[in-house]
Write a protein that binds this ligand. Structure first.
Ligand SMILES: C[S@@+](CC[C@H](N)C(=O)[O-])C[C@H]1O[C@@H](n2cnc3c(N)ncnc32)[C@H](O)[C@@H]1O
Length: 273
């Protein structure tokens, strides 16, 4: 599919939980089914602070987009694993600051595709790419006529890398990040965060639960040092460096302990290519 073509929506499986619909349920959205909510309840029994974690992550996404538009003059975004439309979608945050900002959303969930098309149909500065985020050649081909390749792009990988397994080949999350970084224009940025936990039981139990519930559409809860390795060769924006995302340039005082996720956190930061 290239920019300008109308994509078709493929089959939505209402009997198997999807990460996109579960995340929507955790954020308090209504674009989800009973199977997704049941899976969320199982997840909450292992990691009770997950709703807080989802909301804190979504707030980080908004902050980081505002930062890139206002402080770094980035007016183009490639959002990998964009999720279902929710509060403060990337194009809304960016276009609120500059109406010419362009956003290409990438996701492989058919529901994201269907809702994305519906709400974005009349916004010429947005597009939805139905692709596995590891399929960089499909994504870059689809976005070829959409972006100005002389200008910086913000490539977002926000709360998505835990959906990808380690494969030690070109499908590995680390290999994907390197490939995307190498294709971006000079002055571009990468935003990367994923679920980490220092509790081995949480890492194992959540990974098992999500892998089984989603029929294998899941990778791994990792440790901070594994996420740090995804930034190798990139220049990390420091301060704040790589942190729990609630501490990444908070625009209000950072949340006290009772308003932080405790079982697992979203950990990462921003880097210049
Ligand atoms: C937790 S949501 C994150 C949504 C959004 N980035 C945010 O932070 O608010 C993860 C999203 O990644 C998508 N996703 C998971 N694996 C994917 C893959 N291999 N290719 C494309 N999208 C994927 C899911 O469908 C889901 O919409």
């Amino acid at each position: 599919m290239v920019y300008g073509e109308k994509p078709q929506t493929h089959h939505i499986d209402m009997n198997t939980p999807s990460v996109a619909r579960m995340y929507d349920a955790l954020l308090g959205g209504v674009t989800n089914y009973a199977v997704d909510r049941d899976a969320c309840n199982q997840l909450l029994s292992i990691a009770p602070s997950t709703q807080l974690l989802a909301r804190n992550n979504r707030a980080f996404l908004g902050r980081v987009v505002r930062y890139l538009v206002k402080e770094k003059g980035v007016h183009q975004f490639l959002d990998h694993g964009s999720g279902l439309p929710s509060l403060e979608n990337v194009h809304e945050v960016a276009q609120d600051l500059n109406e010419n900002c362009r956003v290409a959303y990438v996701d492989n969930d058919p529901m994201v595709h269907a809702f994305g098309k519906t709400i974005l149909d009349e916004n010429d500065n947005t597009m939805v790419i139905d692709a596995d985020m590891r399929d960089s050649s499909k994504i870059f081909q689809a976005a070829e006529g959409f972006f100005d390749w002389e200008k910086p792009i913000g490539a977002l990988f926000v709360s998505v890398l835990h959906c990808l397994a380690d494969t030690n080949d070109d499908q590995d999350p680390g290999a994907m990040i390197k490939r995307v970084a190498s294709k971006l224009p000079p002055g571009s940025f990468l935003v990367i965060c994923q679920l980490v936990s220092d509790k081995a039981t949480v890492r194992t139990k959540v990974t098992e639960l999500m892998d089984e519930a989603t029929g294998g559409q899941w990778g791994r809860v990792r440790e901070p040092d594994e996420v740090r390795a995804y930034f190798d060769g990139l220049t990390i924006v420091n301060p704040p460096g790589l942190v729990d995302v609630v501490d990444w340039m908070p625009d209000t005082p950072p949340p006290p302990p009772e308003h932080r996720a405790t079982d697992w956190i979203e950990w990462g930061g921003v880097a210049r290519v």
